[in-house]
Design a binder for this molecule. Structure first.
Ligand SMILES: Nc1ncnc2c1ncn2[C@@H]1O[C@H](COP(=O)(O)OP(=O)(O)OP(=O)(O)O)[C@@H](O)[C@H]1O
Length: 366
């Protein structure tokens, strides 16, 4: 296994001129030895490009890739000693499940006794012990993809195992099980795993560190809790969470905060607000608050803002309130059974508290 350092940019065009010509904008990033990472972002943001640059299938147009301080920028996937699992099964139909799992080890001349032991262990982890002697051709697509996962994980000496949306062909229930299984396997095998997905649940279940990407930029690398509590970019606030973070226009003049045009003289001097005074020039900001942290208040409470209820949905485990404040539709996740006015009624909302974030030019400032 290896520590992986990227210091690069990539354009598929020969002569990139502007940001939009790059699939990956200049970035510096490290993947520590033995870590479980997810590359998360919408379609086209550059996840697969980053994965293929790590594996050596794509060479970056600018900069370097290092494995344990060794420059591997021009090295092939074989030279980098990478295992890769793709969206669709890559297995040999004519072989049995066991032979398929053993193949990467046989190829590297591993001793038969060791192969047997390792294949047995991987099959057990993936709950395929009973299928080892079955021919792969007769299996369903998701069983075949489990073999692909096993083949990716079977070698102990790889620098890293890379997964590109590996659960796409798996049915939803098994997907749920495999996500947890992969996390458990990571703890047991201690391999460096890098996993591409556009599904936040998949990323947050599997990875210790999630790299959130948008338009060729890695905007934040963090744990599930970092991404939830302190999104460093408005994109992360919006993309992570269900529903995502609420954003409202805010102004800060160094002494007083106003939110969506409402002055908030009574808002107590929270730590985040005092640090805001030192933010570059204050001025036009965005206030970000997660639906989980929007609280119901009563008229006259300090900092309470009036909003018009547009929808109340009982989602079972919580009540989802949608209310209009100026131009903005706000979402609040409330405890089941919370009394709220019906559509068209007025609710008073407290938006500023210890979990509130402030953004300037989309970047977190306080
Ligand atoms: N071989 C290629 N040649 C030219 N442009 C490419 C190539 N591969 C990807 N791109 C472009 O690079 C950008 C990033 O694509 P990439 O496949 O890395 O994104 P992604 O986040 O993995 O998306 P998806 O989930 O849809 O695969 C996109 O604009 C895409 O059109």
């Amino acid at each position: 296994m290896a520590r992986i350092d990227l210091d690069l940019a990539h354009s598929y065009r020969p002569d990139p001129q502007q940001d939009s010509d790059y699939a990956l904008l200049p970035l510096k990033m490290s993947f520590v030895d033995g870590g479980a990472y997810a590359l998360l972002g919408p379609s086209g943001c550059g996840k697969t490009t980053m994965l293929n640059i790590i594996s050596g299938l794509v060479q970056p147009s600018h900069g370097t890739v290092k494995f344990d301080d060794r420059d591997v920028t021009r090295a092939s996937p074989q030279e980098r000693n990478i295992a890769q699992v793709f969206q669709f099964p890559v297995i040999y139909d004519t072989m049995t499940v066991g032979e398929n799992l053993a193949f990467p080890l046989k190829n590297r001349g591993v001793a038969p006794a060791r192969i047997k032991e390792r294949v047995g262990r991987i099959a057990e982890m993936l709950e395929m012990s009973g299928q080892l002697d079955m021919r792969a051709s007769g299996l369903a697509a998701d069983a075949k993809q489990k073999i692909s996962l096993g083949r990716g994980l079977v070698r102990e000496d790889v620098s890293a195992v890379l997964f590109d949306e590996p659960l796409t062909v798996i049915d939803p229930h098994l997907k749920w099980q495999l996500r947890r299984k992969l996390k458990q396997i990571h703890h047991e095998l201690k391999l460096t795993l890098i996993y591409v997905t556009h599904d936040q649940v998949e990323a947050l279940t599997f990875a210790d560190q999630v790299v959130v990407m948008t338009r060729g930029r890695a905007v934040q690398v963090g744990s599930a809790s970092d991404l939830f509590e302190r999104p460093r970019h408005t994109f992360v606030g919006h993309f992570i969470g269900s529903p995502g973070m609420n954003f409202l226009p805010a102004q800060w003049d160094g002494r007083q905060l106003s939110v969506a045009g409402h002055a908030m003289p009574g808002v107590p001097p929270l730590a985040s607000l005092s640090s805001l005074a030192s933010a570059p020039a204050g001025g036009d900001l965005k206030l970000g608050v997660r639906p989980e942290y929007v609280e119901l208040a009563t008229e006259g409470d300090e900092g309470a803002l009036p909003a018009t209820v547009t929808r109340v949905q009982d989602v079972g485990t919580y009540l989802l309130l949608t209310a209009r404040l100026g131009e903005v539709l706000l979402k609040a996740r409330l405890a089941p059974g919370t009394p709220v006015p019906g559509e068209g009624g007025t609710v008073w909302l407290a938006l500023v508290g210890p979990h509130t974030c402030f953004y300037k030019n989309e970047e977190l400032v306080a």
